[in-house]
Write a protein that binds this ligand. Structure first.
Ligand code: ATP
Ligand code: MG
Length: 406
């Protein structure tokens, strides 16, 4: 197969391939970009594989960065673009089920393609658009199949993360996992305990944002992989299947909504939600956002009347909470809350018509904890509509609080 008109992302990189091949080496486009081009999807990173050793690549180009030189990866900088260029390599000895004991650079493309995870990820493309397909990746792309390159059991023993990758590609692309690959996942799921949480997180997050998230979650449950990830107990299979079933025909809009949905489906307490996200190594900002949205969901579930103050508190996390509630309650009216939120007088403390400096300048209060308390009372009164957000009103209110010794 030969691609006639290469997308711009590839043509922009052709001079790089030429420089390498003119020096007597081989160079190909490989991996995700070739797959995504063939699927007619947006292309992210154009990766290059080459027979040239890292030192040879660095001698050919002025601007390079050693992004992963020990694995043979050098980034070539060209007109504001960066191209990860990796020397063909083989990997041997996977005693820890997650990475090779040693990596050797080789001059043969076939050796390099053999170590790749799935047939659809093991395609290479020459500068002239010709596709190199050693493992029937084109046919699998056509038939929508995720199939391990070589013996799946062996491949998952080499790197257990590949099992999660199979599920995430299946969820992203809406592809089916081929029978032997699927059986191997079920059989080797326990090996996932060897994999760093951060790497599993990346794959689960991509699965959750996939167009076939429903099937992805069901596969996550039924394969048994869920048992070998942080803070999900053995017996939760049916709950995760249910989480999948509820999402049929739906997609989740972003990471925060996805993880809030998951936590809600697992029925975690607010405290447990925090430790769950921490165990999964999410960032503090992300945890805060999800917890804020989840708190709002709990209020709704407990039928607490949602006041202006609660809307103000949930703030920018409101759309997350509304999306998750919308997935749970058929007749849920999220617009009602959005409209109420948008009609709040302020949505942020900085929008108050007064600040600490002004309180001090007016001689109302001295710097210190007292000032913070007064500002908090002003904030609350303005948000609930008890007080106009005008400097004179706020000053008068502050003076009143001060004189009452509050
Ligand atoms: P994405 O669009 O999500 O980046 P991708 O296919 O480019 O998908 P990457 O994780 O960026 O995925 O990896 C690039 C390529 O490297 C893959 O297409 C595959 O050929 C190879 N690869 C990545 N991770 C593994 C792995 N764990 N085992 C074997 N090959 C892998
Ligand atoms: Mg990629």
């Amino acid at each position: 197969m030969k691609i006639a008109n290469l997308p711009q992302e590839f043509t922009a990189a052709l001079p790089i391939l030429e420089t390498i091949t003119n020096a007597g080496f081989e160079a190909y486009f490989v991996g995700g970009s070739v797959r995504d081009m063939l699927l007619g999807k947006a292309i992210h990173d154009v990766d290059i594989a080459t027979s040239a050793y890292p030192s040879e690549i660095k001698a050919l180009f002025n601007k390079t960065v050693d992004t992963g030189i020990e694995h043979g990866t050098v980034m070539i900088l060209d007109h504001g673009n960066g191209y990860e260029t990796t020397t063909f390599r083989t990997e041997t000895g996977y005693t820890d089920f997650r990475r090779p004991d040693s990596v050797s650079f080789v001059r043969d493309l076939a050796e390099d393609l053999k170590r790749r995870d799935f047939t659809i990820n093991a395609l290479a493309m020459r500068a002239n658009g010709e596709i190199v397909d050693l493992f029937n990746g084109l046919e699998d792309l056509d038939k929508h199949i995720i199939r391990a390159v070589g013996d799946p059991v062996e491949r998952f023993h080499e790197d257990a993360l590949r099992m999660m990758r199979a599920l995430r590609f299946s969820a992203q692309l809406g592809f089916v996992i081929e029978a032997a690959t699927n059986e191997a996942i079920k059989g080797e799921a326990h090996l996932l305990v060897n994999i760093a949480v951060e790497r599993i997180n990346v794959e689960l997050s991509k699965l959750l944002l996939g167009k076939a998230v429903a099937e992805g979650l069901m596969a996550f449950a039924q394969s048994g992989l869920y048992k070998y990830v942080p803070n999900i107990d053995m017996g939760r299979e049916l709950d995760i299947v249910a989480a999948g079933l509820k999402l049929q025909g739906q997609i989740l809009p972003d990471d925060a909504t996805a993880w809030t949905y998951l936590i809600d489906q697992l029925g975690l307490s607010e405290d447990d939600a925090g430790s769950f996200l921490k165990a999964w190594k999410h960032s503090n900002d992300f945890i805060k956002q999800v917890k804020t949205a989840y708190h709002f969901i709990q209020l709704y579930r407990q039928q607490v009347t949602i006041t202006k103050w609660e809307l103000y508190q949930v703030g920018a996390a409101l759309p997350i909470a509304l999306a998750v509630l919308g997935l749970n309650f058929k007749s849920f009216d999220g617009d009602k809350y959005l409209t109420a939120y948008h009609s709040l007088v302020i949505t942020n403390k900085r929008q108050l018509a007064i600040d600490g400096q002004q309180l001090i300048a007016a001689g109302v209060v001295k710097p210190g904890p007292k000032m913070g308390k007064i500002l908090a009372k002003i904030e609350h009164a303005v948000v609930i509509g008890q007080l106009k957000n005008h400097l004179s009103d706020l000053l008068a209110y502050a003076e009143m609080l001060q004189s009452k010794g509050e």
